[in-house]
Design a protein around this ligand. Sequence first.
Ligand code: MN
Length: 173
Amino acid sequence: MSDWLSNAEGPIFCVQKHEARHLHYDFRLQVGEVLRSWSVPRGPSYHPGDRRLAIPTEDHPMEYATFEGVIEEGEYGAGTVMLWDIGFYSNLLENPVEVALEEGHLKVFLRGKKMIGGWALVRFRKSEDLWLLIKEKDDYADSRYDLIGELPNSVLTDRSMAKIRSALKTGNP
Ligand code: MN
């Protein structure tokens, strides 16, 4: 996976399923040399009618993009982390991504294993820095497909959250 990262053919995105105090999906986009990040409690959806709350969180270093495992109690992000999806993205707007982020309206085309097609990230309440992750109406949109439910496992190892969690306890990688 780290080889994959160094051979990347463009900016990457990833989604980490994270069971901390509450289960959420960390959606991350490479911007420059960091991963800009949003926590999406209900995860992404292929249904353009679903407006999924996305709360900005700390930038993460690029190396974190392929992390999967258990973060110990007392550490930042303590809990179980699964690499749920990873791939490349392209910017669908004329504005550079940095400007679009500043303006609170991003439109990207994702080429992941699970998330494919156009998605918008829109800041709807500037005072609280709250965003929405919304599927664009394109050929990939599907209002009946339950993305989160159908594809629950790791894109890296195909493990479930429980398997990742128990690997730590047994000492297996
Ligand atoms: Mn998280």
